[in-house]
Every structure is written in C-alpha cells, then in structure tokens.
Design a protein around this ligand. Structure first.
Ligand code: ZN
Length: 426
C-alpha cells in the first residue's frame, strides 16, 4: 500500500482527471474552465485554446456574445456547493485603503497600549473585545462590548464546522457591525489573534476572503454615513486576565454550543480539512482490511511512510544484505518452502538438517545447522533489551539488529547466488 500522503495526492489527481473527462455539457465544466483561467501565469501552456493570445480581442466589435449552454438559466446546479465564494480579483490595487489601523505590538507594549486606548474617552461606548473558539469540532466567534470595564452587550455566532481563525474573524465582523449600527465614529476592537487581525483586511483570493470582503463592504457602506470613521484594531495577548478578553473568550466558547446558521458558507480550509480527514479514514480502513503483504504485516504493523526505513537507508548495511532481509520480511525468499510454493523446487524441506519445511522461522530460529552462528544474534538482542529466545519480529524490524542479521545471512551463505551446475563429465 502507498503511504497515506501519496494516496491522497493520487486520489486528487484521479479526481481531476475524472472531471476533465466529463462531457462539455456537464455543469461542472464551466467551473473547471474558470479554474484553468485563473491558473498561475507561469503555467502559460495550461491556458485553454479558447483563450485568445495577448492583445487579441475576445470577440469582434458589434458581434453579440454567444451564450453557452452552461449559462442557461434553467440549470439547477448549485455552483457554490455551500462553499465560500472566492473571487480572483475583488478590488483594484489603487482602491482607497480602509480607515482601519491595526496595531500588533510585543506582549508588554501591547498591554500598555491597551491601557492607553481604554482610557481614551472618545472610544468609551465603542470598545469591543472579540474572540474565537473551537470546541469539539465546532467553531464560534463572539464580540463583547464593554463600557467602563463592564459588559454591556454580547453577540455570539456559531459557525459549525470551521477553524478558530474563522471564529476570530467573525467576532471582529460582529463587533464592527454592532458599533457601526450605533453610529460611533471612533471604534476600538481588541482581539487576541494576530492572524485574524491581518486576515480581515486582506481581500486576496484565499480561504477567508469572503469574510474580509464582508468587512470591507461593511466599512465602506458605513463611511457614506460616518465620513470621519476611524477604527483601531488592537492585538492583546490571550489568557492573561484582561477582563474584556476573558468575557469574549467565554462568549465564544458558549457560541460553539449553539446551532449554526444553515446558510453559513463552509470555508475552503474546512473543505480541505474534511477531505483530508475522510481520505485518511478511508486509508485506515484499507490498511485494516487489506489482504496483501500478510508475511510482512505479521512482523511489522508500522504503516507505510514517506520516510524510508533504515533497512533501505542505512549506510552500514550492504545492498545485498538489505535485499536478503527484504526477502525474509516479505516472505518471497530463496528458502525451499517459498521456492516449492512457486514450483521452483521439488521439495520444501531443509537441505541442511532435513526438516520438513525450510521457512524463514526455521532458517533464522530453529535450524540446528546454523545454531553456532546465532550467538551473535543473541548478543545483539540482549544489547537492545530482548532477553530469552529469539523472535522473528524484532530480528527483522529493529534497526539495531539489521547489521547482525546481515552478518548471519552472510555467514550461512544460504542466499548466495546459485552456482551454475558443474559441467557434466562423460
Ligand atoms: Zn534446517
């Protein structure tokens, strides 16, 4: 079986290949077209042939635009699939910046800054503490408006499946919405998440863009009514006993217990997370039920990994020894019991002692012909804390036993390349 990470990549490639093979009339094709159209510019060869070369017009002047079948209004395909919409370009680069100042200071300075801004009377009725929380897989955000250190209002929003940062951003959005409704022109929002404070201002195409766009639209609409609006978003360290912060934390935790609004969008990060978790669960089930590799799984239950096993990466182990140990691990060896199964020999018995079956257990642990050579294995096992009789599993899996087992195989000369038959003498 492939390692889980490779399985996930393989599934993703197969899914994309499947979508690309769907007929052009399928409703998902326009989505694929859009995805290809916004592909990174470095992949110039990935542009579809329908996209004209640079400098050419999409259609000639005075020619009406042809409406494709995928744009027909009777299609009942939900293009969003409940996921947050992500637009390639939201605002022009020269757009006026929002009147939002974000201050993120080192811990000590942040506390002093909080004291200073809290003492400012202009922000007395427009001060909010926000927080996000993730409990038992449910995310929530909350905003608490405080006045003179006392809680005045509290808003909590449950997001259902989501991430902590989404809760933090939703809290900021709630707080700003609340104070702007009161027509305050000097707003202070205190949050303990630096990622949320930066993310709420970035409308670049990414997960969480939709929340940033809502924030952007909220403030631009408010500026039509409150032209001198200024918003100060201040970062403060979490869980150090700041009253407002603790209130917001408790409110966010309570919000995670509420039922989420079914119209909420699922973020791209959450979708990625879900797909990843589902793929891993599927891989686990396959790993539990797979029928192949019984001989190896009998010894070693370690799942396949992208990190190579010491068996293949050890510099002290020769290539030949590594190959022989691999054969013993997987059960496809030069021993008679295995060769007999494949029809390469007439008898499965051990030629050295006459035992009925020459299996790997017999060869490594039981055959009296190699008993004297096993002293080395016993000593190596004692060094790693395995006392008593030898066992197959540590012998063929423990990294510190690879070299002794390699020496044992070499000494028995059992895995030597078979000599050509002597020339017949007439
Ligand atoms: Zn034997």
């Amino acid at each position: 079986m492939l390692p889980a990470q490779l399985c996930i990549e393989c599934d993703a490639m197969n899914t994309v290949a499947y979508y690309l093979s769907l007929p052009p009339s399928h409703p998902i094709r326009p989505l694929l077209g859009n995805a290809i159209a916004v592909a990174p510019k470095s992949l110039k060869n990935a542009w579809p042939p329908s996209v004209p070369a640079c400098g050419q017009r999409l259609r000639k002047r005075k020619v009406p635009r042809a409406v494709g079948s995928e744009e027909s209004p009777d299609t009942d395909f939900d293009e969003t699939l409940g996921m947050e919409p992500i637009v390639p370009v939201y605002a022009a680069p020269w757009t006026t910046p929002l009147p939002v100042t974000t201050i993120i200071l080192p811990k000590e300075d942040a506390l002093r800054a909080l004291e200073v801004v809290m003492a400012d009377k202009r922000r007395r009725d427009a001060t909010c503490f926000t927080d996000g929380s993730l409990l038992e897989g449910c995310a929530g955000g909350a905003a608490v408006r405080v006045e003179g250190g006392v809680e005045k209002e509290c808003i909590g929003v449950s997001l259902g499946d989501g991430q902590v940062c989404e809760g933090e951003m939703e809290g900021l959005l709630c707080a700003t919405t609340k104070v702007l409704r009161n027509r305050c022109h000097c707003v202070l929002c205190v949050a303990d998440s630096q990622a949320a404070l930066r993310g709420i201002l970035s409308t670049k195409p990414r997960s969480g863009q939709f929340c940033a766009i809502r924030y952007d639209q909220l403030i631009r609409n408010a500026m039509l009514i409150i032209p001198h609006l200024t918003i100060l978003n201040l970062w403060t360290p979490a869980h150090i006993g700041t009253d407002g912060n603790e209130l917001a934390d408790a409110a966010a935790k309570a919000a995670t217990k509420c039922d989420p609004n079914p119209d909420n969008y699922v973020s791209l990060t959450s979708v990625h997370h879900h797909i990843h978790v589902l793929s891993l669960a599927e891989w686990d089930t396959r790993w539990q039920t797979v029928k192949t590799g019984k001989a190896l799984r009998y010894l070693d239950r370690t799942p396949p990994s992208l990190i190579p096993s010491p068996l293949y990466s050890s510099s002290s182990l020769s290539r030949k020894a590594s190959s022989c140990i691999s054969q013993l691990r997987t059960g496809f060896t030069y021993l008679n019991a295995n060769r007999y199964k494949s029809g390469f020999t007439d008898s499965p018995s051990c030629e050295a002692c006459g035992a009925l079956y020459e299996t790997r257990t017999h060869y490594l642990l039981e055959c009296p012909a190699w008993e004297s050579l096993r002293q080395l294995l016993h000593a190596a096992c004692r060094d790693i804390g395995h006392f008593g009789p030898l066992h197959l599993s540590p012998l063929l899996t423990h990294p510190k036993l690879l070299t002794p087992i390699g020496k044992f195989i070499n000494a028995t000369e059992h895995f030597a390349w078979p000599c050509p038959p002597p020339e017949s003498t007439l």
